[in-house]
Design a protein around this ligand. Structure first.
Ligand code: FDA
Length: 424
């Protein structure tokens, strides 16, 4: 990776060479802008590399504004409409990267997420983007006090009295415009930082409180003890949180862990979950458990645990009855025919609407994304530029736009990167 030194002058400095940053730099470079891409990491695009289990779920065919959370839900509309998942599929196809659809519109590389990294690298090379990597940024300041009015550039396009000075470990850079693409807080062990949030605060932008999202949920150790033996059990569930018809709800797989719950269902709902509130889980979705038990009851000499094991994963059935031993002592070994209807209905209800209050999440070490970030009400939705700081743009995960699980977050990175790249 070329790492220049000394003072440099560019039209655009993109800080963060991840998904959004590379997309933005390539788009701006193709428009003839002199672009420098700066990243502090030694290895390029680690998040893309580890994404999708190493195969990068690079987009979702059906990505639309409804698949994103934000304090300002309409903000993402424009960028998503101008750069769609089909646009990214076309790019991937032009680079002859083989891909497949897994389920629900989720598109993955056939081979490896390295293909996507190589593609983006090739796009930036073709666009004449220069690199500083590894290179750390120590400060960003405006070239002149914001109150002074001055032309953006001299006749040759060199940024003169406006723009920004970026102090880096490889010397200062004068840039007409700066794009912050340093991502979110998850997985600090591979280089995630709060740089984007700090810069936003420095320039007076508001932040929507960040927190881990798409993250496993944890429970108080004592409360979780009865469910610890279920670690490793996976099953499809219906999961929801919140009240009312519009409360988010997903039908996905759930995984029991030693500390709590994980799997796609839980990651999805974690983005919506509010501390100290319950999540409600139907462990037998699409099945009327009460009816199934009552229908099977007449003359049935099988033990309840045996019958229940025919309707649910065996370990879950067994442990569920153990965990609720206080409520229904001896129920597991009772003959089904001898159990009162009321008890069977209560047992079914406990499984069909299991309401549990997580104590927290596994945090940024395990989260796939950060919820919150730069408040989009301070940004222009066409250009991603800060309304009060001309020339300063924010894209990707740093911004308060958070996608569901399933390729949506990369689609936001591509779309917001292109939106800024077309504007800078
Ligand atoms: P991204 O994190 O990609 O890039 C930020 C860049 O900024 C990094 O290169 C970093 O080194 C650099 N940087 C940070 N601080 C800096 C500083 N102070 N100075 C200089 N550089 C700095 N999404 C999806 O749609 N499909 C998927 O399959 C997955 N899978 C997945 C798995 C796992 C384990 C995780 C953690 C996340 C995912 N995601 C995902 C989410 C996806 O990876 C994420 O939303 C995008 O990478 C965000 O793109 P950005 O470009 O905004 O940040």
């Amino acid at each position: 990776m070329a790492a220049g030194t000394g003072t440099a002058a560019v039209d655009v400095a993109v800080i963060g060479a991840g998904a959004a940053g590379m997309m933005c730099a390539a788009t701006a470079g193709r428009r003839g802008r002199r672009v420098v891409l700066i990243d502090h990491a030694t290895k390029l695009a680690e998040k893309i590399r580890i994404s999708g289990g190493g195969r990068c779920n690079f987009t979702n065919r059906d990505a639309g504004p409804a698949n994103f959370l934000s304090a300002n839900p309409n903000f993402c509309r424009s960028a998503l409409a101008r750069y769609t998942s089909q646009d990214f599929i076309d790019l991937v196809t032009r680079h002859r990267i083989a891909w497949h659809e897994k389920h629900r519109g989720q598109l993955f590389c056939d081979e490896s997420s390295e293909d996507i990294i190589r593609m983006l690298r090739a796009e930036t090379d073709a666009a004449g983007v220069s690199w500083r990597m590894p290179c750390s940024v120590t400060a960003i300041t405006r070239n002149v006090p914001a109150s002074q009015t001055a032309p953006d550039a001299d006749p040759s396009g060199f940024p003169t009295r406006t723009g920004f000075i970026i102090e880096t470990s490889h010397g200062p850079i004068h840039a007409g415009r700066v794009v912050i693409a340093t991502g979110g807080l998850p997985i600090p062990q591979i280089g995630a930082t709060d740089f984007g949030l700090k810069i936003a605060r420095q320039f007076g932008l508001k932040i929507i409180e960040p927190r881990p999202a798409l993250v496993p949920l944890t429970f108080d150790a004592a409360a979780w003890k009865p469910f610890v033996p279920l670690a490793g059990v996976a099953l499809e569930v219906d999961i929801r949180t919140g009240e009312g018809k519009k409360a988010p709800r997903f039908r996905e797989d759930l995984l029991f862990t030693h500390r709590g719950l994980s799997g796609p269902a839980v990651l999805q709902i974690s983005s919506f979950w509010e501390p100290n509130t319950p999540i409600t889980i139907d462990l037998a979705p699409g099945l009327d458990l009460a009816a199934a038990l009552l229908d099977a009851k007449p003359g049935n000499r099988q033990q309840v645990v045996t019958v229940l094991s025919g309707l649910l994963p065996r370990r879950l059935a067994e442990q569920w009855l153990v965990a609720h031993g206080d409520l229904w002592p001896g129920l597991a070994t009772q003959r089904l025919a001898d159990v009162p209807d009321k008890t069977l209905r209560a047992l079914a209800a406990s499984l069909a609407s299991w309401a549990v209050v997580p104590s927290g999440t596994e945090g940024y070490k395990k989260a796939e994304v950060m919820r919150g970030g730069v408040d989009t009400r301070g940004l222009d939705q066409q250009t991603m530029e800060a309304k009060t700081v001309p020339g300063l743009h924010f894209i990707g995960e740093t911004v308060d736009v958070t996608g569901w699980l399933g390729g949506y977050n990369f689609q936001w990175a591509w779309a917001s990167g292109v939106a800024a790249g077309q504007a800078v």
